[in-house]
Design a protein around this ligand. Structure first.
Ligand SMILES: Nc1ncnc2c1ncn2[C@@H]1O[C@H](COP(=O)(O)OP(=O)(O)OP(=O)(O)O)[C@@H](O)[C@H]1O
Ligand SMILES: [Mg+2]
Length: 453
């Protein structure tokens, strides 16, 4: 249950408790007041009723008293009944008592009747019976009670609505801050929070803004450092490859005809037979050193990248790896867009990351098939030009897909390269396949980079 809902509930419950206690109080008083008022009216009415009627026949007296009862129809708080001496009812006042809920009337103590005889001379001609009529008073009080309860309920509702509205309004910044924190945690770019009216909320928002800008700056600095690290490493590798190639390859290549000549001479002159084996060994060592040097040079910096460009280098590497890796694999490469002019650092990074994806597919599962899609996207307002690599291989077993799999250097390297280049990296199993998605921003090649290349 959200905090806002809980607060609203507490306010509503408090208001309901207020209404209930007010009603109980009023109800308790109502019974007391009704009782007091009716008991107070009774002696007065009894005192005002006549005890004697004028001379005449009993019928005259009866008529006079019934006429009096007619005039008493509007009487309140008491009920008067007129009896003849034989206890027959001659008249009642009022005829129709006020209506109150039965349960309410039952709550009141039963009232005691007072009787008063009416004489004509010294003969009793009729008897008045006066009973406290609480229902009149109760009806009035009941109406008052309903009116004031309605007022209290409406006021409480209005107060509760206002309190809830103010509370929700005051808590609105909390929603903004919570949303910003959630986005920040999920790595979504966050806009700075605005200034809020409540000073407490404003302090939190400004602290959040300071924290995010400090973290953004630190991340930017880290990415710059990593990018420079990657660039410098690649530059060193390229320089090393060029130096090795330029300084060693010519001599090793030049040795080839010489060893060939020595071999031919030894073969032609039997007296040099003891040297022939040494010359053959020399020749094989020399070929081995040359091919090892070629492997080292390719590892340091694939020469095809510089010679033929990224797409051709990738195609060549994939053909070689599909037959020459740990196990054969069928690889589909789809390229959408122009892969030229990313710059040497991005080129070599893409090359190495694709290479690692293929190695992993061959090493970690018996994947007979792999798809690699490279897409280049144009710059849009607010977003740089980008390249995306999607690599997927099937054949991933549940055992491989367990979260406890080890974190190797290959995935780490790909992630670090992607971050260093300001991009994103995702890898993992889904639907029985292993997916890798790398997205890198690519701008026009900087002059520094071209120079370094
Ligand atoms: N294509 C893939 N198919 C199935 N599982 C994979 C695939 N790629 C990576 N994995 C899983 O992810 C783990 C980490 O891969 P990563 O490349 O980081 O390390 P590694 O290949 O085991 O070792 P190395 O450090 O030599 O690359 C692997 O051990 C494997 O469990
Ligand atoms: Mg690996």
């Amino acid at each position: 249950m959200s905090l806002k809902f809980r607060l609203a509930l507490v306010v509503m419950l408090l208001m309901a408790a207020l209404v209930a206690s007010y009603s109980l109080l009023l109800f308790g008083e109502m019974r007391e007041r009704a009782d007091t008022e009716t008991q107070g009216a009774l002696p007065w009415v009894v005192a005002l009723l006549p005890t004697q009627v004028g001379p005449g026949t009993p019928a005259d007296a009866e008529r006079e008293l019934v006429a009096l009862m007619q005039r008493l129809q509007g009487i309140r708080h008491v009920r008067v009944t007129l009896y003849d001496p034989a206890s027959r009812v001659l008249a009642r006042a009022p005829l129709a008592p006020e209506h109150v809920p039965g349960w309410l009337e039952r709550e009141l103590p039963s009232s005691r009747a007072v009787r008063k005889a009416v004489l004509q001379g010294d003969r009793t001609v009729a008897v008045f019976e006066v009973v406290p009529a609480t229902s009149d008073e109760l009806a009035e009080l009941w109406e008052d009670f309903l009116r004031s309860s309605l007022l209290v309920v409406s006021l409480s509702l209005a107060a509760a609505t206002l309190i809830v509205w103010f509370t929700l309004r005051a808590l609105r910044p909390v929603d903004r801050i919570r949303g910003a924190l959630r986005d920040f945690g999920a790595g979504v770019p966050v806009q700075p929070l605005p200034e809020f009216q409540a000073p407490e909320m404003n302090d939190i928002a400004q602290a959040f803004n300071r924290m995010t800008s400090a973290i953004d700056a630190a991340q930017q600095e880290r990415a710059n450092l990593m990018r420079r690290l990657v660039e410098s490493e690649e530059r060193t590798r390229r320089t090393l490859a060029h130096d090795l190639h330029d300084e060693l390859s010519p001599y090793l290549v030049a040795l080839q005809p010489l060893t060939g000549l020595l071999e031919a001479r030894c073969n032609a002159r039997p007296e040099l037979g003891d040297l022939a084996d040494s010359v053959r060994t020399l020749s094989s060592y020399q070929s081995r050193i040359l091919s090892t040097l070629r492997e080292i040079l390719t590892g340091l910096h694939p020469p095809e990248l510089t010679i033929s460009g990224l797409q051709a280098a990738l195609e060549q590497m994939l053909v070689e790896r599909s037959v020459g890796g740990i196990r054969p694999i069928d690889i589909d490469l789809e390229v959408e867009g122009d892969l030229s002019r990313f710059g040497p650092t991005v080129d070599v990074s893409i090359y190495r990351m694709v290479q690692e994806c293929v190695t992993n597919a061959q090493r970690h599962c018996a994947a007979p098939h792999m798809r690699i899609a490279i897409t280049v996207g144009d710059a849009t307002p607010g977003a740089r030009r980008w390249v995306q690599i999607d690599a997927a291989n099937d054949g991933v077993t549940d055992a491989v897909a367990t979260p406890q799999r080890r974190q190797g250097l290959g995935t780490l390297g790909m992630r670090e390269r992607s971050i260093a280049l300001g991009g994103t990296f995702e890898a993992g199993p889904s639907d029985g396949a292993w997916h890798v998605r790398i997205r890198l921003p690519v701008d026009a090649v900087s002059e520094d980079e071209e120079e370094a290349a």
